[in-house]
Design a protein around this ligand. Structure first.
Ligand SMILES: [Fe+2]
Ligand SMILES: [Fe+2]
Length: 150
């Protein structure tokens, strides 16, 4: 997979977790799904910040988009932490999940319509391969760190 496909495949994975959450039958299932959403989003955002964003910051066309995207990652992290401290049986839990889902959806749409098309516009084949490699390596390194810590 090239780097654009890698990133989009992460996005689709998180979207499907959010739709499963809508169908969740009980608090236990909601907790399991939230833990997965938490891990997937944290990992994905961190890897983008380590690989995709620094490289796209160098181009005038995408510099400001990257700044905005980083702000949105911060907002998503705040929501994730807020929800993490809640119990799925809390009456506010579902509303907070919906707020997170909408924020993530907006961010993903911008990333896919603005930042990702600029990747193929500004990089040659070799640079894109290099970025895909960095993305996958950073992701597996962080995955190992997360599973070692838990
Ligand atoms: Fe992002
Ligand atoms: Fe993303």
């Amino acid at each position: 997979m090239n780097v654009i496909e890698l990133i989009k495949s992460d996005h689709r994975k998180v979207e499907s977790l959010f739709s499963e959450m809508e169908k969740a039958k009980d608090s236990e299932e909601m907790q399991i799904l939230f833990d997965q959403i938490y891990t997937e989003l944290t990992l994905h955002a961190k890897v983008e910040e380590l690989t995709l964003y620094p490289s796209m910051r160098n181009y005038d066309e995408t510099h400001d988009m990257v700044e905005e995207a980083e702000e949105e990652h911060i907002e998503a992290r705040e929501l994730l932490e807020e929800i993490k401290s809640m119990s799925p049986s809390d009456p506010e839990f579902k509303a907070k999940i919906e707020e997170l889902r909408e924020a993530v959806q907006h961010h993903v749409e911008e990333e896919e319509s603005e930042i990702l098309p600029s990747v193929s516009d500004s990089m040659d084949e070799q640079e894109m391969k290099e970025l895909a490699k960095e993305f996958q390596e950073a992701k597996s390194k962080l995955e190992k760190e997360i599973s070692a810590a838990s």
